[in-house]
Write a protein of this length. Structure first.
Length: 377
């Protein structure tokens, strides 16, 4: 969401507040983005993002993507064309994750101690879970709808639950902050990542053998997520914000792409035949272009620390090495790629943009979007 008075100072303040902190408002006489402004100022809604704080996502058996948005406590469904529609509100309940149970043909959600069913226009609690464990991530065994569950707090166990949330067994005690779980039903192997140890391990449920597949990834000793997923060929992948994207093969992980995607929950998409991830830094969904080695937005990325508007009402803001433009309610990439991360932008009376980069350089960008060095760093 962006609000403006057609002047840069107010634009910057409002955009920064909304993009960084995720504020959302419905504009009208009684609700405004800013209060106690000068009586001569006006506020105008230019754009409103549906997904402000996406928290969890999963596919159902019909290849529909569901996204839980925790700032609105709302479940959305995305069609193959990228259009979002509301499914149901979770009311006062704030979920940590969602999952599809194919046998029961139901979508379930979890907070730390509760299991819920999510239906179009309906949300109900199925079970108050055992207090000996907590839940922030789950994986479903499609053969019986049973649930593997962990929590990203250090020292919490990873547990196996029946399809209705009853405790079957503790499969790993004292896990070091479980970021994400993946279950391989062909081989009965549970994969789990641990953020505080910076590791990914496999647990053979038949033999109970645990093998550490990789160590010292992410930022060990911290809560920095280590996200894992399995593609349509049952190949295991992982990503972290600082390591990039890796694929498992021949007994080890190989880097496939550099760190450009951020860190958030990941699923494999049967629609894109590619990953779909929540990019927390941008509060948006992305997939990945492995040929050009860059994240590709599925929904717009709005976090920015600077913003300008030209005389025709077009709004520009930087995102990493590009300048984006909001025009007629749509966000599009405006500039060519800059040689470094853009930290701020200005605009002159002729409508030329000036981009200040992390390396100290300043580039001039005419209305064509071409990047021209104006001052070397």
């Amino acid at each position: 969401m962006i609000a403006s008075r057609r002047t840069k100072p107010s634009l910057i303040v409002v955009f920064w507040l909304i993009a960084v902190f995720g504020f959302t408002q419905t504009y009208g006489p009684e609700r405004q983005a800013l209060k106690d402004v000068k009586s001569s100022w006006t506020q105008e809604l230019l754009y409103e993002q549906v997904l402000v704080s996406p928290q969890a996502l999963c596919y159902d058996s019909g290849r529909k993507l569901y996204i839980y948005e925790y700032s609105r406590n709302m479940l959305y469904r995305m069609d193959a064309g990228g259009e979002l529609s509301e499914v149901t509100s979770t009311g006062s309940a704030t979920l940590r994750t969602i999952a599809w149970q194919p046998g029961k043909k139901r979508l379930v959600g979890f907070d730390s101690h509760g299991m819920y069913e999510l239906l179009p226009g309906r949300f109900r609690k199925l079970k108050e879970l055992n207090r000996s464990f907590m839940i922030s991530t789950v994986a479903i065994d499609p053969t019986d709808d049973s649930i593997f569950a962990g929590h990203d707090t250090k020292g919490r166990p990873i547990v196996h639950l029946d399809a209705d949330g009853g405790l079957i067994e503790i499969v790993r005690r004292n896990a070091q902050g479980c970021s994400q779980l993946v279950f391989d039903d062909r081989r009965s192997i549970l994969y789990f990542s641990e953020t505080f140890s910076g590791s990914i391990s496999s647990l053979d449920l038949s033999s109970k053998r645990v093998d550490v597949l990789v160590r010292d990834i992410g930022i060990p000793g911290t809560e920095e997520p280590v996200m894992i997923w399995m593609d349509g060929k049952y190949t295991l992948w992982f990503s972290t914000a600082n390591d990039g994207i890796y694929r498992y093969g021949n007994g080890g992980f190989q880097q496939i792409a550099p760190p450009t995607m951020g860190a958030g929950p990941v699923v494999w998409s049967p629609i894109y035949d590619n990953l779909v991830a929540i990019q927390y830094v941008g509060s948006n969904l992305v997939t990945y272009d492995f040929q050009h080695k860059e994240a590709v937005d599925i929904t717009p990325h709005l976090n920015a620390f600077d913003i300008v508007e030209d005389s025709s009402g077009r709004v520009f803001y930087p995102r990493f090495e590009f300048i984006f433009m909001l025009s007629e309610g749509k966000i599009v990439r405006f500039s060519e790629q800059l040689p470094d991360v853009c930290l701020g932008i200005e605009i002159d009376q002729q409508g030329y943009l000036y981009a200040a980069l992390q390396d100290g350089g300043i580039y001039r960008i005419p209305p064509s979007g071409k990047v021209i060095l104006w001052k070397a760093g």
